[in-house]
Design a protein around this ligand. Structure first.
Ligand code: FMN
Length: 333
């Protein structure tokens, strides 16, 4: 794949981590960067909460480390342009966040508690509002004299019968959006059923005349599914979500495969366990141990998937309350 620029930001590799609440932790994003991912946005953070509660409550979800993770991107969700503007001003006034390179807007989240506020995928039903949000973010960043691109991650439709929303993609591009990423499922599909490359391609075609990169997302699990989505959608870049959980090696595998190079060997059990510990230790740097271990319970099974005795290991890991206990269960000193 050709190299890609989002605004003036050069992405080292257009194979990126798709944002995932509960999984896109800072240590995991650092690991993905080392494995070759182009960039890895944070999980979604409420613009309204930042506006009204300040940054402290949200900081742990949007912690960035430019020196370790390369290009940094914070994903915001909301339904009011003013909330985004206030959130961006707060982010840019916060020393540990102000170096962020990309602001991403979530227009795809299907979770009812998000959708009922008019946020996430609900914005697909209101292109005027979605455009106003993009424009407001761009204006605020320009007022702050910051050359920070604004991107949108969305889906192929709000309703089950939707088969792509080309007009919506066009509206975003007209509003000045610097990159669009489309997940090939509708809102009611959540994460089930097939992701439609055909519907993504319709949206891709709608914005081909604009000078902005288009990313495709959905069901990329290996080199062949990556090749397929690229060929069938004509996208400039891809985002990989679930298949990267506990498997950051997927970025070097897919990059090598797409470049026609020999793929690195899949890591052995010891390497996978060590990576699990590395991510956990990264989380311990900014979370109390009990919270870090509790939240990591949903992540750990992905690192040990398929290894002999993984079912019993999973049960033990899910009962662990401390980092030393996790190491003991895994047989690591
Ligand atoms: C547990 C989980 C959390 C997610 N959280 C977010 C999120 O915070 N922001 C977002 O834009 N998408 C989120 N997604 C959607 C993914 O980024 C991605 O679009 C979707 O999983 C399809 O890609 P995949 O087939 O590669 O997983 C989430 C998905 C999962 C499974």
């Amino acid at each position: 794949m050709k190299s890609v620029k989002i605004g003036d930001i050069k992405i080292k590799n257009p194979i990126c981590l798709s944002p995932m609440a509960g999984f896109s932790s800072l240590p995991f994003r650092i690991i993905c960067n080392e494995m070759g991912a182009g960039y890895s946005p944070t999980e979604l953070v409420s613009a309204r909460s930042i506006r009204y509660n300040g940054i402290d409550k949200s900081l742990r979800y949007m912690r960035i480390s430019p020196s370790e993770e390369g290009i940094t991107a914070i994903q915001l969700f909301g339904s009011e342009a003013e909330d985004f503007q206030a959130a961006i001003r707060t982010i840019m006034a916060t020393p540990v966040l102000q170096e962020v390179k990309i602001i991403d807007i979530n227009m795809g989240c299907p979770v009812p508690k998000v959708v009922k506020t008019g946020s996430g995928s609900a914005l697909m039903e209101d292109a005027a509002r979605a455009s106003a949000i993009v424009k407001a973010c761009k204006t605020t960043l320009a007022e702050l004299c910051l050359n920070v691109p604004v991107t949108v991650k969305t889906r192929i439709g709000y309703n089950a019968e939707d088969k792509g929303k080309p007009d919506f993609a066009k509206a975003l591009a007209d509003a000045g959006c610097d990159m669009i990423c489309v997940h090939g499922r509708t809102r009611p599909q959540m994460y089930h059923g097939d992701s439609s490359n055909e519907a993504i391609a319709l949206m891709r075609e709608a914005v081909r005349g604009y000078d902005i990169p288009f990313f495709a997302n959905g069901d990329i699990t290996d080199v062949s599914s990556a090749k397929k989505i690229i060929e069938e959608t004509g996208c400039d870049g891809i985002m990989i979500g679930r298949a990267a959980r506990g498997n950051p090696w997927i970025f070097e595998q897919v990059a090598a495969g797409l470049a026609g190079k020999e793929m690195p060997a899949f890591p052995d059990i010891a390497e996978r366990k060590n990576m699990l510990i590395r991510e956990l230790e990264g989380r311990l740097k900014y979370l109390p141990e009990d919270v870090a271990v509790r939240e990591f319970r949903s992540v750990m099974p992905f690192y040990i998937k398929g290894i002999p005795g993984s079912a019993q290991l999973k049960v033990k890991l899910c009962g662990a309350t401390g980092a030393e206990e996790v190491k003991e269960i895994l047989g690591i000193d």
